[in-house]
Design a protein around this ligand. Sequence first.
Ligand SMILES: Cc1cc2nc3c(=O)[nH]c(=O)nc-3n(C[C@H](O)[C@H](O)[C@H](O)COP(=O)(O)OP(=O)(O)OC[C@H]3O[C@@H](n4cnc5c(N)ncnc54)[C@H](O)[C@@H]3O)c2cc1C
Length: 241
Amino acid sequence: MSQFYPLKVKKVEKLTPESVSVVLEIPAELKEKFAFKPGQFVMVEKDLNGEKLRRYYSIYSVPEEGDIKLGIKLKGKDGFADYAMHRLKPGETLEVSIPMDDVKIDLAPGNKKKYLAVTIGSGITPFYSIIREKINKEPESRLVLVYGNKTPELAMFLKELRELEKKYPEQFKMYEVYSESEAGDFPGRIDEEILKQILSAEGTGFDAVYLIGPDDLKKKAAKLLTETGIPKEKLHYRVYT
Ligand SMILES: Cc1cc2nc3c(=O)[nH]c(=O)nc-3n(C[C@H](O)[C@H](O)[C@H](O)COP(=O)(O)OP(=O)(O)OC[C@H]3O[C@@H](n4cnc5c(N)ncnc54)[C@H](O)[C@@H]3O)c2cc1C
């Protein structure tokens, strides 16, 4: 059974009109237990509306920052995300599990690899951590991100990601896909056609591909990527929930 620890909320800040950043303070005696790697998540438990809710959140901070930062996107009324967006205040205590593996990536300074990450909405959180860690720890590798949202205004960490892309063009490339806006690189939802165009620009020799999204995106993308010759064992999925 997972063990939970009481952690104090240090900061709650709006990221977009539909998402919020929750910064958790890690006391000195728990620092070792809560040491984390980019790509990991924690479970958060909260009694809400007479029910014990348990939700999973990826860590978007990098280890050097010290705190655990969660990026939480509103999904519907009355859930934990609704609570975090509208009622959670600094000083409150949340029950949080130690970090656990989700998106696994082994970064090493000498590596010269090529990664592809495809995600939508709040699926960006593990990658926002991984991208920054990769730039610092594995500078010769390139990460290509395909990031889908309804509009740029609703895209979490968009400004920061655009800045990283501008500053490190060889290391990080982002393709923005919007289903309800003409802005970005492609209009619509991420589909096979969009991925085909990206693969023709970026090539197909990826060392690892990460997909976080709905089941249909996972299936279509996986089919296309294996057809282009990327071996199945290089594809990593998490069905978006
Ligand atoms: C490994 C892992 C990591 C995750 N990381 C993150 C993260 O970094 N950030 C993040 O925001 N979420 C993340 N999630 C999802 C998160 O755990 C919750 O499922 C999410 O916050 C919804 O919980 P809730 O209590 O707000 O909503 P719920 O109580 O589950 O649902 C409330 C209402 O919203 C509706 N609803 C729920 N999900 C959706 C949806 N996807 N689309 C439309 N309506 C929906 C429900 O039907 C219901 O009406 C992650 C999940 C996993 C498995």
